[in-house]
Design a protein around this ligand. Sequence first.
Ligand SMILES: Cc1ncc(COP(=O)(O)O)c(C=O)c1O
Ligand SMILES: Nc1c(O)cccc1C(=O)C[C@H](N)C(=O)O
Length: 408
Amino acid sequence: MTFEDAKTRDAADSLAHCRERFRLPPGKIYLDGNSLGAMPASVPDRMAEVIDCEWGDDLIESWNKHDWMGAPERVAGRLAPLVGAEPDELLITDSTSINLFKLLGAALAARPKRSVILSEEGNFPSDLYVAQGMESFVRGSRLQTVPTDAIAASISDETAVVMLTHIDYRGGGRHDMKAINAAAHRAGALTLWDLSHSAGALAIDLDGDGCDLAVGCGYKYLNGGPGAPAFLFVARHLGGELSNPLPGWMGHAAPFAFDPEYRPCEGIGRFRTGTPSILGITALEAGLATFDGVFLTCLEAKSRSLSELFIGETERRCGGQVRLASPREPEARGSHVVFAHPHGYAVMRALIEAGVVGDFREPDLMRFGFAPLYNSHQDVWRAAEAIGRIIASGEWDQPRFHERRRVI
Ligand SMILES: Cc1ncc(COP(=O)(O)O)c(C=O)c1O
Ligand SMILES: Nc1c(O)cccc1C(=O)C[C@H](N)C(=O)O
């Protein structure tokens, strides 16, 4: 494909107009939305308004006057169409890790005769850490990890909950949520999905696929900013069956009654614990607004078009010098693509210095995330050209590119 072909594709892109909703630094091709999404252009002014007017002028009254109190549910309503859920099944709160703890605890309590949290060996390590930590909170519970292809067969009458990440954080492999949900339900188990690498980039249908529970990051493809609040999902069909293992006053039926006895509020709000991060939720609300008018089918089609172009152009230029470490079939993949190179860290550092921003994951994986709202086919074409040039020239092999940094 020529660069002109890439321009033609951009001209026909139904999401091309969304790019202007973001501040994209000139000279950078930002392909790291699966770590930190780009900044929505509206964020500086919106944050200044909340800081200056709501905090600065209206102070404590803003909890009522600007409905800070209702922000976790209100902003969840903006997320609902992006993940195929009803607003009252979602809450913006805490972090992905904390929400994972809450929902794992709730799932174990809802299946008291079962003790196993079933997950896969290559799951995001922090998710496994949280599940391992659960073992000391829920007596007798245990984490069982199995190879990816053994998950369905490993679900048993001991399984309380199947905990999986929808899109693998390294290779980008995609689980069939509907099939795994069905297999879990046949065995009487619940499912808990981590959507951190799919929400905001793919067509997700939590209710349509029969999901029970889910969590996800606000700062990746949802463009909520560094450390943005996360979300949790509890399906309506679970009704009042589940309770929050980390109860706090903000999930109380009457938070300001300061009643010594805990009484959970009705609905999803019972999964609140402490005070919501209003500045964080403000930025996330601006991030979710960047999806206004966007159909999920168009989002996923754009993701697939960018990823396929990237794979084709990179392999055309690099040949056997890199190895595709993501599934080749687009339907088996999320919105990031990974290529392995023996010196992948140094190559990625050279790419970043050249303005192509991806990231690196051990042992040799160069990871490139495609954000359908703001990446273009021209971005992808240029990125592949830079990869080919840097690998062919050997310019990556300089001491500074081998030096490890804290965040890679
Ligand atoms: C799949 C997955 N789950 C969980 C997390 C952890 O999220 P947090 O550190 O925001 O709790 C991450 C990291 O971003 C992730 O990629
Ligand atoms: N989540 C991250 C963060 O908070 C700071 C820096 C980087 C990241 C990440 O990209 C981690 C991410 N979960 C991953 O897939 O590696």
